[in-house]
Design a protein around this ligand. Structure first.
Ligand SMILES: [Zn+2]
Length: 273
């Protein structure tokens, strides 16, 4: 698999490899700028703390392989630090406070607007950012007037036949899904001797209190003894390659739609809402 700085994404579509004049002269009307947001946070004893950022870089590297070359889509460097305070008590986690992250996202968005771009995609690979980034989408739209889109990798469908039931239902952090993906892109970064399973029996036996419902706050120590939440023993590089391929093809299709999406101008006749 391709890694950072390899392939079409990095050689042709990595925005900061251009000079200021080249960026100034780019056609902006239909240009789409992707801001990937990862994390640096503990992922158990077998995965690197860089996991989420690595996944963002790798899946976007793959995605560009599926995009038509004429498309006016540009990749920014991934923001590696984000809101990871649910893992703050574990070594290696580097977390921004939510106010800092809001400020950084807004400043980046304003800079993109200042350069003349009109379309921004926030591409997030860390679940702990979800609520804040969804809120920021609207703030950016109001503040800059740009079209703002959002993709969260964890919301994309996965082939449930690939993993066992426990992982499908409760694998939210460092389980087989993420482990497979790191195994596929950087196998030398996985400490396979420490691959394990850890799920919260309390959540398994709750009727209504499930992760997907988001109706309780947690830190990793509330739901895990070893820093992961899932069954990483079910991981393999082959599964990771399948997930990357499925995700990349789907993200490419989503990007194509975002590149052309415009709201209907319901009020263009001057009718006040
Ligand atoms: Zn992760």
């Amino acid at each position: 698999m391709l890694n950072r700085y390899e392939g079409y994404a990095w050689n042709d579509r990595f925005l900061p490899r251009l000079t200021t004049n080249q960026i100034k002269e780019l056609p902006k009307e239909d240009a789409l700028v992707i801001l990937p947001i990862g994390a640096v946070e503990q992922h158990g004893t077998h995965l690197p703390v860089y996991t989420d950022t690595l996944l963002a870089e790798t899946v976007l590297t793959e995605t560009f392989q599926y995009l038509p070359e004429h498309l006016n889509i540009w990749l920014l460097p991934a923001l590696p630090y984000s809101k990871s305070n649910e893992h703050a008590m574990w070594s290696g986690t580097i977390s921004l406070s939510f106010t800092t992250l809001q400020g950084i996202i807004m400043d980046i968005a304003k800079s993109i607007k200042q350069s003349g771009f009109k379309r921004l995609i926030i591409f997030n690979t860390h679940g702990g950012n979800n609520d804040l980034l969804k809120m920021m989408m609207r703030e950016i739209r109001l503040e800059t007037g740009m079209s703002v889109f959002y993709i969260f990798i964890g919301a994309l469908p996965i082939d449930t036949a690939l993993f066992n039931d426990v992982e499908i239902k409760y694998g939210i952090h460092g389980g087989a899904l993420e482990t497979s993906m790191v195994m596929a892109s950087r196998p030398d970064w996985v400490r396979t001797e420490y691959v394990s399973k850890d799920i919260s029996e309390q959540i398994v036996h709750s009727k209504y209190l499930k992760y997907q419902q988001g109706n309780f706050a947690w830190t990793i120590d509330d739901i895990s003894t070893n820093g992961i939440c899932g069954d990483a023993r079910d991981a393999s590089a082959e599964k990771g390659r399948i997930i990357y391929q499925q995700h990349s093809k789907l993200i490419a299709e989503i990007l194509l739609e975002m590149a052309e999406f415009e709201f209907y101008h319901i009020n263009k006749e001057g009718v006040q809402p």
